[in-house]
Design a binder for this molecule. Sequence first.
Ligand code: CMP
Length: 127
Amino acid sequence: MLKPDTVRRKLIGRIIQRFEDKRLEIVEMKMLKIPKELAEKLYEEHKNKDFFKSLVDFITSGRVVVMVIEGENAISVVRKMIGKTNPLEAEMGTIRGDFGYSTPDNLVHASDSQESAKREMQLFFGK
Ligand code: CMP
């Protein structure tokens, strides 16, 4: 998912380009404004964290782009390309390392396992 900061900063094209340059395949894509209830479901695992409210407020603050990306080991490859959650700790050369400065506005979200990929595809694409 390209988060609202990516859309606001007009970085959609540059970030998608990186996935295509890596020869990953984008097989589904859409833009939407996430309703609060959907955001709370998406980030359910963080609901007891102190940053939960600011995370939900942020992710619902503007349009996002959600995608299904395919490729060999796509989950780990994409997560490597994105870098650590905190952009100040993310390596240069990663998306968060190159473009980010803070959380929760760290530009992108990616599924961290096959289970979460299935769950998140169901939430956004209904399949
Ligand atoms: P994401 O990969 O979308 O998954 C959960 C999000 O929670 C994460 O990116 C960050 O945007 C946010 N997040 C994680 N840890 C913190 C934290 N300590 N403070 C604020 N936001 C956080």
